[in-house]
Design a protein around this ligand. Structure first.
Ligand code: MLT
Length: 298
């Protein structure tokens, strides 16, 4: 096969990536009726917005490949694809650095109250005294998950003077940092916990009322992984009581998010943009194009 007959890109992607994909077949961009457009497509490319479920692919009789431009497959029903002999591919490493940089940026911004100070100035105030923060240097950062992103966060944090410790739901994967066998053993030791575990959608929250209660008073939570990893009610209660000093969240149990966290002063919230850099999106595109080209020649 020289080219695909129809490649559907269901979610917005960088123009350079679309151009690259056009070299592999006829590209249809964000069709209004995706289900109908899929009836004669052989490739479907999605980011996180489109939910690829059994119903969507029911009449996609020619579909051979679902490509997730990104890491998480929580919006793709992989067993349903398998049942229809549709291959699922993704780009696991392409956005790791973007997410790691965002994690470090959010951590510094949270401890220095940058988000609060910015909103306060926009409302006409000059709150110098209320905006005294903390430094990350010398603090203990606990990572839950030491995969591609966790390792990059660890290296950057150490370069900034932090002590890094970790746990991993899968295994002790990087013995150059102190390893704790469970989240419950890790949490009492940390000043800041950052989540980088890849868990299937619907897994129980890693941070819930019980586990948060094990954290030191005045500690911080960072989540750039998935919203369901944190129990929102427990987090809000700990942020309101002052048990937690703050939380920086890029991901939410349901997105787009506009819930009660938006009413708190001690949070820093962003709309799931940790992987959204031009560089990462270009790497994702290059990776996808290379994988699809290989499928054509296989
Ligand atoms: C991913 O899984 O690739 C990231 O969460 C980024 C995204 O979904 O947009």
């Amino acid at each position: 096969m020289d080219s695909f007959s129809k490649i559907i890109i269901a979610d917005p992607m960088e123009a350079s990536v679309v151009k690259g994909l056009q070299g592999l077949g006829t590209v249809v961009l964000t069709p209004k009726n995706l289900s109908a457009a899929l009836s004669d497509a052989d490739v479907l490319i999605v980011r996180s917005a489109t939910k690829v479920n059994a119903e969507l692919i029911e009449s996609a009789t020619k579909l051979k490949i679902v490509a997730r431009a990104g890491v998480g497959l929580d919006n793709v029903d992989v067993p349903a694809c398998k049942a229809k002999n549709i291959q699922v591919i993704n780009t696991p490493g392409a956005s790791s650095n973007a997410v790691a940089e965002m994690t470090i940026g959010m951590m510094i911004s949270l401890l220095r109250k940058v988000g609060y100070a910015h909103s306060s100035m926009l409302s006409g105030k000059w709150e110098k005294k209320n905006c005294t923060g903390n430094e990350i240097s010398g603090k203990t950062l606990g990572l839950v998950g030491m995969g591609r992103i966790g390792r990059l966060v660890a290296a950057k944090a150490v370069a900034l003077g932090m002590r890094v410790i970790y746990t991993d739901p899968h295994k002790a994967s990087d013995l150059s940092y102190p390893y704790f066998a469970s989240v419950d053993e890790l949490l009492p030791q940390v000043d800041i916990v950052s989540l980088h575990a890849s868990m299937p959608a619907g897994s129980p929250a890693i941070l819930n009322a019980k586990s948060i209660s094990k954290m030191k008073k005045g500690s911080y939570v960072i989540n750039t992984a998935r919203g369901f990893l944190v129990d929102e009610a427990a987090l809000i209660s700990a942020l309101k009581s002052g048990h937690l000093a703050g939380a920086a969240l890029d991901v939410f149990p349901s997105e787009p998010y506009s819930g009660p966290l938006t009413k708190l002063d001690n949070v820093l919230l962003t709309p799931h943009i940790a992987a959204s850099t031009i560089e990462a999106q270009e790497r994702i595109g290059d990776d996808l194009i290379a994988q699809l080209r290989q499928k054509l020649t296989a």
